[in-house]
Design a protein around this ligand. Structure first.
Ligand SMILES: C=Cc1c(C(=O)O)[nH]c(=O)[nH]c1=O
Length: 310
């Protein structure tokens, strides 16, 4: 069974990887993804120029519906992840995620990466929902255009963006109109569904501490929105802009559905957090089984082939 994809000239021998933020905070965690059977790549925790502790208190919780998090962008700094990525990029193409708290932070980090020996792919996170006082850039179409315009005046390595979920067809049109103006290698859609709220039934309190309990939702609850955003953007984006589908992956059928909607790679967050890196081999085998049922032996045969009823 052929389950490969290519982005920016890189060939991925497996199409699964971690979602930024999950299992990618330290070199120990990153090594586990790098070595995990079934994982074709990894992405590092979204970085800021300087190390950040993130939000205080309980900031992640699992529930039947999925997960809620308000980590607050804790990370060990761009330099830490850049060093790791450069040291390990010979094995397989790697993604370096950045999430500056300002346009200048993002441009400064891109300049440092451009000047470095990193030769993988950069994922510019425009969708962190959990930094108090900071809106998600991906919902500001003008600012998104401005950052990409300035970035592409100097950045020559493969660049993609991590997007928040959109819920209005007009917004699919608007973000695609911005992204299609740039030579992006990929988009990763979706990030968590921002600012949900979950209740602890034993204590009648919010499940997590930061921001009064408001946090990004992931897991099963995110699947329909993830499918819609992968499909909506695949239908609108230039074919050269590849898609990493993220959101709601629990089993091989969920991976299959994201590919059917147009995903080239598929990343796993909540279920990786719950199950650990063995999840990749499980998902890979479940996807193979699903493909055999449909007599497919290559993901390219059904990628983006969702049929509608009309
Ligand atoms: C980079 C910050 C993010 C965080 C976070 O660090 O709180 N959580 C998410 O669900 N998505 C993010 O993009």
């Amino acid at each position: 069974t052929t389950m490969t994809a290519s982005i920016a000239g890189f060939t991925f021998d497996d199409i699964l990887l971690n979602a930024a933020g999950v299992y990618c905070q330290t070199t120990e965690e990153l090594d586990q993804i790098l070595e995990a059977p079934g994982a074709g790549s990894l992405v590092t925790k979204s970085a800021t120029p300087m190390e950040r502790p993130g939000n205080p208190g309980v900031r992640y919780a699992d529930m039947a519906l999925g997960s809620i998090n308000s980590m607050g962008l804790p990370n060990l700094s761009l330099d830490y992840y850049l060093e790791y990525a450069i040291a390990h990029q010979a094995d397989k193409p790697l993604f370096l995620s950045i999430a500056g708290l300002s346009k200048d932070d993002n441009l400064q980090m891109l300049r440092e990466i451009q000047a470095s020996d990193f030769n993988g792919l950069v994922e510019l996170n425009l969708s962190c929902p959990n930094v108090p006082g900071k809106p998600q850039t991906g919902y500001d179409f003008d600012t998104t255009r401005q950052i990409l315009t300035e970035a592409f005046t100097f950045f020559k390595k493969p660049l993609g963006v991590k997007l928040p979920p959109y819920f209005d067809i007009a917004h699919f049109d608007m973000i695609a109109a911005v992204l299609n103006d740039f030579p992006l290698a990929f988009v990763n859609t979706i990030n968590s569904i921002g600012n949900g709220l979950m209740v602890n039934p034993d204590t009648d309190t919010a499940m997590i501490a930061p921001k009064g309990g408001f946090g990004g939702l992931g897991g099963a609850i995110a699947k329909p929105t993830a499918l819609a955003n992968v499909r909506g953007l695949r239908q609108r984006l230039n074919p050269e802009i590849k898609i990493i589908g993220t959101g709601g992956v629990k089993d091989g059928r969920d991976v299959y559905d994201l590919i059917l909607c147009g995903a080239d790679l598929v990343s796993v967050g909540t279920t990786l957090h719950q199950e650990g890196p063995t999840v990749f081999n499980r998902l890979k085998h479940e996807l193979e089984t699903e493909m055999k049922v449909k007599a497919y032996d290559d993901v390219a045969q059904f990628r983006g082939q969702l049929q509608t009823l009309d």
